[in-house]
Design a protein. Structure first.
Length: 126
């Protein structure tokens, strides 16, 4: 899968995770972007070539259900990825999804790159 090594290198330089977790997160990120869906079964089809889809699916579920992430470290990492020079636009979207019967509120914040991206509201950020 393209970009897995590049994503692994960026994650490795910024997060104190072991290599297996870094590679999983890189593959998971690349699969999310490739499949353009949040359906875990579909993501499992693109996660790792040569591995049964059911094995990939179980691996994704184990990671999402048992790994606790330090959101302070994650926030600092994501901030380092932001463009360092203005002007750029920040896009914000808030939605509520349901994971089974559990409501999950999601706040998504993104940066517009070369004019791409759609949102309901754009705020200039300098």
């Amino acid at each position: 899968m393209p970009y897995v090594q590049s994503i692994t290198d960026v994650l490795s330089a910024n997060l104190g995770w072991h290599k297996a977790r870094l590679k999983f997160m890189a593959r998971f990120t690349a699969a999310l972007l490739k499949m353009t869906t949040t359906n875990l079964r579909e993501i499992a089809t693109a996660l790792k070539a040569g591995v049964k889809e059911e094995s990939n699916y179980r691996r994704i579920r184990r990671f999402l259900s048992s790994y606790e992430m330090d959101f302070t470290v994650l926030g600092k990492f994501l901030t380092r990825l932001l463009p360092q020079s203005a002007p750029y636009k920040v896009v914000i979207d808030r939605t509520e999804w349901h994971f089974g019967t559990q409501p999950v509120n999601v706040l998504l914040v993104g940066i517009v790159h070369k004019g791409s991206g759609s949102c309901t509201r754009e705020l200039p950020f300098r």
